[in-house]
Design a protein around this ligand. Structure first.
Ligand code: ACO
Length: 402
């Protein structure tokens, strides 16, 4: 009988790092974060500069190609993406198989995974051309899929993409236009949507991106890899946090109840956490939260809801938490999700769509990371080790002897 634990004696050096807090899984050239300083750069460009001056489609090009496009490159890239916005006709029937009350994220996981059944001519990961086509298809079709998930849940007919509109405006139209009614995309909303997409486009090796890389390391097809990222993003500690943050603000309801919730968050016997606060990497104000805060004010002004009670709760909660020794010592600052929920709600999205919008935007980051991994000559199948702490070897016991 072998004591399994003795095996580790010959196993060389092992690091046990639950949650990968100090283990890099790869070398990457895409996104840089300095969590202590609150810095986020896509290919070297600061997130606030991109949010202010760029467009989501240009950011997609930047993340995928490593450089900002010139005018001709941007035009050609936009045309390519636009060319792929339609979905196969039978795809609509696939949506109709879901219950109407299904969570749109459940629909996203299922339908994006199913893309490999519809577009199998671009699943060969060893063919760079096929990889590029699969990438363009996913960036282009994600808004169409997300809008359909929404339309299906509210019982309205699907709206086809309009390729004369830009990425964000087309998406808003697919979500909110209804037949026989005029629908003009509000430019303030389109700009806010575009900015929200930019802010969420990539964030280096977070849980969902690492999931995509791990799935991709086995040679799985790109559509399956992105579906695995969507599944990972769904959790409330990751992409589901904006939904959870808004629910929390609604639950708090009024400024006078904030102290009660701050006390709950500090109580170690209570599992409650202030949603939208804290980040594994940022130990400073999340630079995306700053842009999101401004965008939130712009959207609320546009819809005439500057006296929204939830905004009042959010502003006061932020103020109190930023001064509270518990949050200061633990470096718990508002993250992007703190303001995105209020903004998206004011734009007309139900909470169940928040994580879907995150997945839509993050798709380009996942693709850039997946491509970088496949093009890395040192790439191997991802295979973490474990520190075994279970039973040592023992003989099987017959059921009448247990
Ligand atoms: N409210 C109250 N206390 C908190 C919070 C919070 N939101 N976040 C962390 N803490 C406390 C923990 O209880 C812990 O305290 P302890 O040291 O006394 O045990 C300490 O701060 C460190 O927390 P960890 O969970 O170890 O930090 P980690 O880096 O693992 O977690 C996370 C980061 C998951 C984001 C966490 O801060 C959290 O749960 N926040 C709320 C959910 C949220 O907003 N998620 C969005 C993340 S951003 C994104 O995905 C886009």
């Amino acid at each position: 009988v072998i004591d399994i634990r003795t095996l580790y004696k010959n196993a060389g050096v092992f690091t046990l790092d639950p949650g990968f807090t100090s283990t890099a899984s790869c070398e990457s050239h895409i996104t840089y974060i300095d969590g202590d300083e609150g810095v986020l750069l896509y290919r070297g460009y600061p997130i606030d500069q991109l949010a202010e001056n760029s467009s989501f489609i240009e950011v997609c090009y930047l993340l995928l190609h490593g450089e900002l496009p010139d005018a001709a490159q941007l035009e050609s890239f936009e045309k390519t993406i636009t060319h792929h916005t339609m979905l196969h006709d039978q795809f609509d029937q696939f949506f109709r198989g879901f219950r109407r009350d299904a969570h749109p994220m459940a629909v996203m996981v299922g339908t994006v995974g199913a893309l490999s059944a519809f577009y199998h001519d671009s699943t060969d990961i060893n063919d760079p051309k096929a990889r590029t086509i699969a990438s363009h298809r996913m960036i282009a079709k994600m808004p169409t899929i997300a809008a359909r998930a929404y339309k299906y849940s509210v019982g309205q007919p699907f709206v086809s993409p309009r390729n004369d509109l830009d990425f964000a405006a087309n998406f808003l139209r697919m979500c909110f236009a209804v037949p026989a009614e005029d629908y003009e995309v509000n430019p303030v909303m389109a700009r806010a949507m575009d900015r929200i997409f930019i802010l969420h486009a990539d964030h280096e090796q977070n849980a969902s991106t690492s999931t995509v890389r791990l799935a991709g390391s086995s040679g799985a097809n790109p559509f399956a890899c992105i579906a695995s990222g969507i599944a990972s993003l769904w959790g409330p500690a990751h992409g589901g946090a904006n939904e959870a943050a808004l629910n929390m603000l609604e639950e708090i309801g009024s400024v006078d109840r904030i102290p009660e919730y701050i006390a709950k968050a500090k109580d170690k016997n209570d599992p409650f956490r202030l949603m939208g606060f804290g980040h594994r990497v940022y130990k400073n104000y999340d630079p995306r939260a700053k842009v999101m805060r401004t965008t939130c004010h712009e959207v609320l002004k546009e819809v005439g809801e500057t006296d929204d009670p939830l905004l009042a709760v959010a502003l006061e909660l932020e103020k109190i938490a930023l001064e509270d020794p518990y949050f200061v010592e633990k470096k718990l600052y508002p993250n992007i999700d703190f303001y995105s929920g209020i903004t998206l709600r004011a734009m007309g999205f139900p909470t169940s769509m928040f994580t879907v919008l995150f997945a839509l935007a993050r798709t380009v980051g996942w693709i850039a990371q997946w491509t970088e991994m496949l093009e890395d000559p040192t790439q191997k199948i991802g295979r973490p080790r474990q520190l075994f702490a279970g039973a040592t070897e023992r003989d099987y016991v017959a059921i009448d002897k247990r």
